[in-house]
Design a protein. Structure first.
Length: 274
């Protein structure tokens, strides 16, 4: 079955970089998937009044911001279409016009119709990443702002024996089935059950024809997210798979330690699933 990838293109206050477009096209080519690029064009309501107009021209500022967002949306969409065409990738375009405070909810909702969401790890995209991770019901791959090849031949799975890790491993099945090597990374000084269930996971992957092995590491008090990324990089993984842990209370996310570390600092593509 053909897979469908969703790539949001942010335009305000900062724009999505060209790196994520190239990475998305490369991944879609590797997966033989369709790629839908969705430019988010922000709108700003006119809230100026007589007093504010004496200090700043709020209406002009709103018009300028909207014009900049529209210009970036057009340029990024054109770039994505051109790169997809050059790579023989089936690319489709769509646009969301919405007031800036509602962007995150709109993207989380739009993402639900696709198999996989691609996002870039930048400060400005953090609210979008959290909204999609916890609100879309879909896995996402988070990329650093750097170029990466599309192939995901070597996959590392961050495994702690928990529900989120199990969900992420399942959502990464399309990559696991095609991988030439899978490493199940288990931090053995964090959760006792992780070591035992990691062996069970590897056994089942091997029975399914997936070349898998267990790699055990110790955190020694270091942030688990950083330890997992460091080990994944050490074993030359193209993709790190891990569960996104957190919950929302009064619309403020409380993130698990490993998830927070990944969202704060990322060194390789990470598939996150909640």
């Amino acid at each position: 079955m053909k897979r469908h990838i969703f790539l949001p293109l942010l335009t305000y206050p900062d724009a999505t970089s060209e790196f994520i477009i190239s990475n998305a096209v490369a991944l879609a080519h590797h997966m033989q998937a369709t790629l839908t690029v969705c430019a988010v064009e922000i709108t700003i309501p006119n809230v100026s009044n007589a007093l504010s107009s004496l200090i700043i021209d709020a209406a002009k500022m709103a018009r300028d911001a909207q014009a900049l967002s529209r210009k970036r949306a057009s340029a990024l969409t054109r770039l994505a279409v051109d790169e997809a065409k050059a790579a023989s990738v089936d690319a489709r375009t769509r646009q969301i016009k919405i007031e800036e405070p509602f962007v995150v909810e709109a993207l989380a909702q739009a993402a639900r119709a696709y198999d996989l969401v691609l996002l870039e790890s930048t400060g400005i995209s953090r609210p979008v990443v959290e909204a999609v991770l916890f609100g879309s019901g879909r896995p996402l791959i988070l990329y650093p702002s750097a170029p990466f090849g599309g192939r995901m031949d070597h996959v590392a799975i961050a495994w702690d024996g928990g529900r989120a890790a199990a969900r992420a491993a399942h959502d990464a099945s399309i990559f696991l089935e095609k991988a030439s090597k899978v490493c199940v990374l288990s931090v053995i000084d964090e959760k006792p059950m992780a070591d035992e269930t990691a062996d069970d996971l590897v056994e089942n992957l091997l029975k399914s024809g997936v070349p898998a092995e267990t790699t055990r590491v110790r955190a020694h008090g270091e942030p688990v997210g950083e330890v997992l990324q460091s080990k994944a990089f050490e074993v030359r993984a193209d993709l790190l798979v891990m569960g996104g842990f957190g919950h929302s209370r009064l619309r403020e996310f409380v993130l698990g330690g490993a998830t927070l570390s990944i969202l704060t600092s990322i060194t390789l593509p990470v598939l996150l699933s909640h």
